[in-house]
Design a protein around this ligand. Sequence first.
Ligand code: F6P
Length: 359
Amino acid sequence: MKRVGILTSGGDCQGLNASIRAVAKSLYNYYGKEDVEIYGIIDGYRGLIYGEYRLMKPENFSGILTQGGTILGTSRQPFKLMRVIDENSVDKVASMKDNYKKLKLDCLVILGGNGTQKTANLLSEEGLNVVSMPKTIDNDLWGTDMTFGFQSAVNIATNVIDCIHTTATSHGRVFIVEVMGHKVGWLTLYAGIAGGADVILIPEIPYDINSVIKTVKQRTESGKNFSILAVAEGAITKEFAAMPKKQRKAAVAEMPYPSISYQIAHEIEQATGQETRVTVPGHFQRGGSPCPYDRVLCTRLGAKAAELIINKKYGNMVALVNNEIVSVPLSEIAGKLKAVPKDSEVIKAAKTLGISFGE
Ligand code: F6P
């Protein structure tokens, strides 16, 4: 009997269920339904710490390819607190190891983003058999060209920009669409380009508000009555970016606006006199069905994860590299952030078209 645990951890995204399904169906297919037991760990690492899980049935994995969210539930369990004993005196790492052993698991499949992969690596170093899968709308996981969830979120954010375009044109307004991504700007960059934004502001390229205002004014002078800005949650001014981390955090916390987009909107309105509005799609970007691209990616990644389990190639994350599905050691990726390279071809292409990054 093969016994496999599976958990989803961190912020959810589209494609979690499609991935779970792909792993489960591949395993049932290979071993036969009678010879594999799959345990769904509830709410991510929390379930593994506190022993909350359920034995899944093959039918639990049917009809979930297109379903958003995660049938297993998820929670955020910060990596930096994993070694900290909790308020009930629970040693989280020891407890996760105990529950893994209690369940007599041959392997644990972990679906998650950056923090999740760090803990997956920790568990692997602690001797558990781990295979992980790259999840996040942020696409900021090292070791994979693409994470699942990203393309679905790009579709949603692009649709928002498309819709905003028509109302911005009707009213002759400036619109800021705030796109998710505190640390990296992949989603803003792709949705911004796909949606035809005039200005794209991402954390990797700190902006100068005067440059942003200049772009808006130039558009008005050239007869365009509206402008669209795609702004990442984590967009940052050159001034803030130059500050030491602690000072920067304090300065951001003191901002008299709910987010950076509102400050930018205020500054544009003041300088140009043009009505400026902010739209924040927020968690909408993580919801709903995975797009076809993600369904295919999740299926490929899930099949590879099953292959790693079958071949006992533990301690790896499945990944997409140069359009091939491969495995990468968790030790090579844990703790590394994949930011947008400033000199990437996609940024150059956007600049070639005249899209401003507010530099
Ligand atoms: O990491 C995914 C993400 O959606 C980010 O883009 C966003 O900044 C963050 O999670 C939001 O976190 P929460 O769901 O905890 O509000």
